[in-house]
Design a protein around this ligand. Sequence first.
Ligand code: SF4
Length: 62
Amino acid sequence: MAKEVYVDKEECTSCAQCVDDLPDVFKMDDDDIAEVHNSAGASEDEIQEEIDACPGECIHWK
Ligand code: SF4
């Protein structure tokens, strides 16, 4: 089974970078905080790049 990813919403800065880069994985919720809607929406390598690039360091593997 593919690894699952999540956003620690307490730390998200609402920059939307992850949504811009991988819209099939991340979306903004009603409070303008990022969340994961599909962990399988990109390769693990692509998601890892997003984890490394997140300014809030708040995207993590489960
Ligand atoms: S890249 Fe990180 S800080 Fe920016 S919206 Fe996504 S989860 Fe939040």
